[in-house]
Design a protein around this ligand. Sequence first.
Ligand code: AMP
Ligand code: ZN
Length: 488
Amino acid sequence: MSWLARFFGKKTMESARHAPRVFLTNSLSGSKELFIPLRPGTVSLYTCGPTVYSRQHIGNLRPGVFSDTLARTLTCAGYRVRRVINITDVGHLVGDGDTGEDKIDTGARREGLSASAIAERYTKSFLDDLAELNVDTKDIFFPRATEYIREQISLARTLEEKGFAYRIRDGLYFDTSRFPGYGALGGLGTAVLKAGARVETNPEKHHPADFVLWKKTSPDVHRLQEWDSPWGRGAPGWNIECSAMARALLGIEIDIHTGGEDLAQTHHNNEIAQSEAASGRPFVRYWMHNAFLNMEGEKISKSLGNVLYLSDIALKGYHLLSLRYFFLQAHYRTPLSFSWDALAGASGALERLWKLAREIARESGRRNAHSETRERFLATMRDDLATPQALGILWDSLKSEEYAPEEKWGLLEDAEMHLGLSLLSPPSPDILTGADIPKDIKNKLAAREAARNSRDFEEADRIRNAIEHGGYRVDDGPDGPVLTRAPL
Ligand code: AMP
Ligand code: ZN
């Protein structure tokens, strides 16, 4: 039983036998489809994970929040969700194709560490980031590519035996011309099969779309990680790890595969080709892709100097769940543009939501009741994870006089299960008292109280603004003003 079911008890979970209808946009068809799993009551869900040679920027975390929201929604609909996110610790080359140094080797040289130490460092930082964003990593399996070398060699061998691969000097390559329908994802169609559709630097390849399954280490290169294989000493290509690990851990055919939209055209088409050519069966029933997070209209990239990490958000004084709220304000298929102003907006909204949640917890005594608004919320989430609309329903209902506190608490329970925003136990604001408060702010607080007591609200507001200018925030609680540090 997943932690959601354990935490909330079976009562609030739907029974798998009467699983409600969930609709998902399948990138294969480009349209919203009714979700029908391979086996009733169970979902296998594979998500392409990070290459662990450097820290993940905040854009890389969007697929994590998206797939977590998807898993939560399916779990709440009564499914047992089996999850895998792969950790790429070998095979992803700097050129993102068949050329260049292994990214792990680049990271290792940069930091003077071994390949495994680099991979461990950045795997840990990825898992920590996910945990900060309320992604429950305990229920996810994170296989490392280096732990599945045997499975990758075996899959490559099957492809060669079946005539889907050819050998050239630097390794074993997948022959895309042998796989009918190559390029079904990402609107690629047959365009990629026209010569020149992808830039080619290896003249021995039969076609630019062909890709490496096993890369032989060339004599002039020192690779930090390499293995023996039927094709010589070397390392697996980047694409084959996902096909091999999905098959080893979730089976030949899986329900859902997710990843960022940049992966659809090449990496995911290659995964389909490898897996289906080897098994002769369909690989994935539903492909789902999240759109990108951009930085004020530009791509996030080191060369543009606009890369931000979760720690930058913490340094500015924001709660890290502000980023999760920011992601959820947009549909996962909509490109998002990050700006500090937009994050401040999300942070303010989440703080207000937490304040409302604390009040409702008090008023309801944490007792829940059923209501029509909960049904609407569930149906909205099950409609391709329509998180902006679901947040709208949440806000409207919590502020409305129409619902009893118990009904609102029930809605908050549903919202928490789906959205993971710590709504049932909001973090307590970092309340400042006594010696923590600088003298001039203390004086301003006293002056504001005096103005409020004499009903001079204009003056009270003016002083509040001055307090905020000084980096603090004042809220009026039942026992008087409460001072917290404001984000910078
Ligand atoms: P990588 O470590 O580059 O392989 O990326 C890990 C995951 O993050 C992949 O699913 C990418 O598609 C995704 N990704 C990379 N950059 C962004 C971005 N700016 N916005 C959203 N997703 C991204
Ligand atoms: Zn992958």
